[in-house]
Each structure stands twice: as C-alpha cells, then as structure tokens.
Design a protein. Structure first.
Ligand SMILES: [Fe+2]
Length: 282
C-alpha cells in the first residue's frame, strides 16, 4: 500500500490496494493514514453494497443516520443520487458541512463509493479544519478558547428549514419538517483530535447556528469569518470522481461540500457512515 499526497496539507491517494482483500494490519494503516491525511481516495475498486459495508466496518462500526432514508436492500447504505432531470434545485451536501455534526456523537468518518459519475462536474471538496485552526490569527484563537457552538439538524427541522427553491428533494428521501431535528447539541468550537492530538475547528455551516453564549445575530459575523478562513483553497483538496472510487474522510477534522455543477447528468454514489464519540474540547 502506497500513499500519494494530493496537497501538502490535505488528502492522499491510496495505491496498490484491493479493498475486498484488506486484512487487519492494512486496516490499521488506513485508519492511521486517515487521521494524518484527513481524506483518502482509492481508485479502481469493484464493490457491491455488502462489500462496501464489509470494507467500511474495517474502518469502524457503522451507524444509521436520522432523517435520510437508507437503501431498501441495505439499511447501512445511503444512495446519494441525483437524476439527470433533477435540474435547478439544490444538491444533497451542497453547502459546507461536517456530516451530522448535530448528533451528540457525530460520525468519525464517512465513506463514499462512486457508481455513476457525471461527464462534467460533480466534484467533492474537503477543508482541513486542523490546518485551518493552526493558521487562525491569535486573536481568533483567543476568542474561541473554551467557547462552545450549537449544532442542530436545521435542514431537516422546522425552525431553520431552507427555502423551498434551494431544497434538494429529489431522489434522496428526507424526513423534512421533523421537530426532532431542531434539538440543540452543544459541542466545543475547537476540538482535540483523539488520535493525533491536534486542535481543530469543529463548526459546520449547514448545522451550526450560534455560539452557546451569544445570539445568532452576534455569532453570525464571527462564524462567517471562520467559514471563509477555513475554506480558503490552501486548506482544501478537491476530488474529480471516476466510477469505482472510494473516498473516505475524517469527519471530525474536515468539512466538505458537493459541487452542484452537473445539471443534465446522473450521479450515483453509495455512502456509509462510521460511528464516532462525543467531541473532546481542546
Ligand atoms: Fe456530507
């Protein structure tokens, strides 16, 4: 197994691996690489949903996430699908986020496997939140020290549901207007990576509403500044999908965003979600 870094700070392509035949020592190496590089791609794989789950369980136990209907034939897998005729609408995951950051125990990692990809567009972009924290001005680090942020499942809730025209309500069945999604979860704004010890920003524009000690209006300008900083190109890596690629990311240490630039093309990926723990304050 060979790791080829994508940028100096974020992401690596794993070469020389068939994920159907990975043993315990290689899984350990992959978990270590995931904590280090934050995003890993593995190209030219040939998997059905059960094989994807078997591989995913080697990274960690699977969880089933709320508000989104899983696949009928495999409840551990979400089919991330947008049909060619689903145009002029939002896309699932189309704004910056960390997956399900509003859960008391947010996922440790997510895994996507591409089945059908558009001829043009449909890339995924990740931002490295440990690198982003390290480069913050000292005054911002001081402001964030011991601060906490509120996360809610707002896109699926009633209070903050997105405007209809920007909602993605196509091939992914979502449980919209669910009052449970409005529940507030408090997480530290800066967390410690449990494996590497790095401090990392843990904010998620799709789900974070405010700092726990400030109003939404007071929080907004500061959060927007942090989002703009975190998503600077130098902290990101961008993946151009080919069919048969696995991408997995450390969901504690990254945000990601699906590019909605492929109207007229079909895009289908299978997703699994790896269990995590309550985030630790740095
Ligand atoms: Fe996502």
């Amino acid at each position: 197994m060979n790791f080829r870094p994508i940028t100096a700070l974020t992401g690596a392509e794993v070469q020389g691996i068939d994920v159907r035949t990975v043993g315990p020592a290689s899984f350990q190496q992959l978990r270590k690489a995931l904590a280090h590089f934050k995003v890993l791609y593995i190209q030219n794989q040939h998997l059905d949903t059960e094989q994807l789950c078997t591989f995913s369980r080697g990274i960690g136990p699977l969880i089933r996430v709320p508000f989104i209907q899983p696949m009928e034939e495999n409840a551990d897998v979400i089919a991330v699908l947008k049909e060619a005729d689903e145009t002029n609408m939002g896309v699932f995951g189309g704004d910056w986020h960390s997956d399900f950051s509003f859960l008391p125990q947010p996922p440790m990692a997510s895994i996507l496997y591409s089945v059908e990809v558009p001829e043009a567009g449909g890339d995924t972009v990740w931002a490295n939140m440990a690198a982003a924290y390290a480069a913050l001005p000292e005054a911002t680090k001081a402001f964030l020290k011991d601060r906490k942020v509120i996360h809610t499942g707002k896109p699926y809730g009633t209070t903050h549901a997105p405007p209809r025209k920007t909602r993605f309500t196509g091939s992914i069945q979502m449980d919209r207007n669910n009052p449970d999604a409005d529940k507030e979860t408090v997480h530290p704004a800066v967390c410690r990576h449990p494996d590497t010890g790095e401090p990392m920003l843990f904010v998620s524009p799709t789900y974070t509403t405010r700092f726990s000690d400030l109003s939404e209006a007071q929080s907004e300008p500061v959060l927007n500044e942090i989002y703009a900083h975190s998503t600077k190109p130098e902290f990101t890596c961008r993946h151009r999908w080919q069919a048969g690629t696995i991408a997995m990311w450390d969901n504690r240490a990254t945000m990601h965003c699906a590019m909605n630039d492929y109207d007229g093309y079909r895009r289908l990926l299978f997703r699994t979600t790896i269990a995590g723990h309550k985030p630790l304050a740095h």
